[in-house]
Design a protein. Structure first.
Length: 317
């Protein structure tokens, strides 16, 4: 497999063209024909063989590109078949995004309040009805008051945990505000659409209508889209910023840690397996982000929530 061309449409937007000769392609065709449920049609066979060749042979070319051009990939490559012929091999293109030339400002000293959501009296009553028996609910006034206080404290403890997790995320998003410099437009756009898909799934899971959501937020469709685009870019800058923090503080994982993580591959965290060099890159960067997140949080301040829960009373009739 040989590199024919490498360039950047804009900083971080990496494009390349590469070729594989007829011998490489024929080896892959032979392997495909020997596999169970081998493709029968010539076009399907060639497609499968090209995919096999890339997955098995692209790693060395990928490592050559990252070393020779000094780029740090941050996304999986997308491949495009340009031409294929059994007598000559194939020609293909690939695109991936690399860490662009960004500037990292401060990455310590962030301050974020831990703010649990308000507890409504109605929530307490529903919790009592779900989890406490008739005898507890039939107690005297003092017993009922004590039960409500107990349930309120339990709910508050849960909400404090949730609020701390939200505050930690906000600290990392504050890091994103300190990452400056241009980002590849398509990378930003892809991240925006990923956030939008996640948002739509969340609405569906909670049975919430989009118009109702906008009414509660007091936003128009355009205002919401602008807000989401801003949030998506902020998260992207945070994600890239964590890699910059890891580089600045020497928080790279050891090869032993990377090998162990590859062995214990978790699809939910790392996505679909691709080819060895890229899989190692994904695992290594996940570990770097985890170490950098811990470092930033350790050197930031989460102001604690109130000691006692605030309960919103039921309206008087």
């Amino acid at each position: 497999m040989k590199l024919e061309h490498f360039g950047m449409a804009e900083p971080g937007d990496c494009r390349l063209v590469f070729t594989a000769d007829a011998e490489e392609l024929e080896r892959a065709i032979t392997a495909e024909q020997a596999a169970p449920d081998a493709p029968q049609a010539e076009e399907d066979l060639l497609t499968a063989a090209v995919n096999r060749t890339i997955l098995e042979g692209f790693s060395a070319l990928y490592e050559q590109i990252t070393a020779e051009y000094g780029v740090t990939p941050v996304t999986d490559p997308d491949f495009e078949l340009l031409a294929v012929n059994r007598a000559e091999g194939f020609r293909a293109g690939a695109q991936f995004y690399a860490l662009p030339p960004l500037a990292l400002g401060r990455y310590t000293g962030f301050v974020q309040a831990v703010e649990p959501h308000l507890i409504r009296q109605l929530t307490i009553e529903m919790e009592i009805n779900r989890h406490h028996g008739d005898e507890e609910r039939a107690a005297d006034a003092a017993g009922k008051a004590a039960l409500r206080q107990q349930v309120a404290r339990e709910l508050y403890a849960q909400r404090c945990v949730q609020a701390k997790a939200r505050a930690e995320k906000e600290v990392i998003w504050q890091l994103g505000d300190e990452v400056t410099g241009p980002l590849p437009k398509q990378l930003v756009g892809g991240n925006y659409f990923a956030e939008q898909r996640q948002f739509n799934l969340s609405l569906q899971a909670n049975g919430i209508n989009f118009d109702q959501f906008l009414k509660v937020r007091g936003q128009t469709v355009e205002e919401f889209r602008t807000w989401m685009h801003t949030q998506a870019e902020r998260k992207l800058r945070s994600w890239l910023g964590l890699l910059l923090v890891a580089e600045a503080e020497g928080l790279q994982p050891t090869e032993t840690e990377v090998t162990a993580a590859l062995t214990d591959w978790n699809e939910k965290l790392d996505g679909e397996r691709t080819f060895p060099a890229n899989d190692a890159r994904k695992v290594r960067q996940r570990l770097m982000r985890a170490k950098a997140t811990a470092f930033v949080l350790e050197h930031s301040t989460l102001t604690p929530p109130p000691a006692e829960p605030v309960v919103q009373e039921l309206p008087q009739k």
